[in-house]
Design a protein around this ligand. Structure first.
Ligand code: CP
Length: 306
């Protein structure tokens, strides 16, 4: 059976720590890795739009000396003729050594894994999970703080539909001494099943609040998110909630001097561009880290050592 990453909990804490160490080594010694995936192929099957995830996967495989194939929208695949995800995956696993797939339906990556002969990486399934964004986030937090334990993290915005938040909570809850401040409007609270399974069952402390301004001074990390327009059934509700939080230099006045500000991107307006110049802004570093950690993950799943 191939090794898949469908959910961040498919990787142990030890494996995540080793991927982070490899990503740091890749950055320090890129020449060591430039040919390790020669004659290996990555397929990127994106049934839903993406900039960072798809391009960082492709850039990662090219930097490892491998090659890439795939599609960036469902409309250019035989899905439009009625082909199932299972048959698409069965087909592509005859051409590629590893597959990264994004799909608008929750559970699609799991379904795909049932038909694949090669490793499947979930590159985002609906409002459910996004494990490689979480690896990116963990690498970024580690590089900012030199630890993955002992901090208070504020998750702010759309905690209901934000798949990156769901995966991040599941990941960080396995590290020591993490405290969460869940900052959202009532309508966009973190789903109950995640609070029950990842937080309450393990006795992890958290508070739920609606004011970013009141919470900001206690945070070591602030993880901002976009309100996920594409997951709303009702446009009126999206329009009412979309500007719930906008981080500006003025709103950062009460924040700690060593706060780290993360965002999985894309952003709409929830972080003003003036904040980009603040030394606490780490979201552009996150983008770079996404390529490094995906290089480490591709190598790991293909059982390749440098
Ligand atoms: N963070 C993220 O998943 O970005 P894309 O949607 O651009 O891939």
């Amino acid at each position: 059976m191939p090794r898949n990453v469908l959910d961040i909990i498919d990787l142990s804490v030890g494996e995540i720590d080793r991927l982070i160490a490899t990503a740091e080594d890749i950055e320090a010694n890129p020449e060591k890795y430039q040919d390790v995936c020669r004659n290996r192929q990555l397929a990127t099957l994106f049934f839903e739009p993406s900039t960072r995830t798809r391009l960082s996967f492709e850039s990662a495989m090219l930097a490892l000396g491998g090659s890439v194939l795939g599609f960036s929208e469902a409309s250019s695949s035989s899905t439009t003729k009625g082909e199932t995800v299972g048959d698409t995956i069965h087909t592509v696993s005859c051409y590629a050594d590893i597959i990264a797939m994004r799909h608008p339906k929750e559970g699609a990556a799991y379904a795909a894994s049932q038909f694949s002969e090669v490793p499947i990486i979930n590159a985002g399934d609906g409002g459910h999970n996004h494990p490689t964004q979480t690896l990116t986030d963990l690498l970024t937090i580690y590089r900012e703080k030199r630890r993955l334990s002992g901090f208070t993290i504020g998750l702010c915005g759309d905690l209901k539909f934000g798949r990156t938040v769901h995966s991040l909570v599941n990941a960080l809850s396995r590290y020591e001494d993490i405290r969460y401040v869940l900052i959202s409007p009532e309508e966009l609270k973190l789903p109950r099943y995640i609070k029950e399974q990842a937080l309450k069952a393990q006795g992890i402390p958290y508070t739920q609040v609606s004011s970013l301004e009141d919470a900001i001074s206690e945070l070591d990390i602030l993880y901002m998110t976009r309100v996920q327009k594409e997951r709303f059934f009702n446009e009126e509700e999206y329009l009412r909630l979309k500007d719930s939080y906008i981080l500006t230099p003025e709103r950062l006045a009460k924040a700690k001097s060593d706060l780290s500000i993360l965002h999985p991107l894309p952003r709409v307006n929830e972080i003003s561009v003036e904040v980009d110049r603040d030394p606490r802004a780490a979201y552009w570093k996150q983008v770079k880290n996404g390529k490094l950690i995906r290089m480490a993950l591709i190598m790991y799943l293909l059982n390749i050592q440098a």
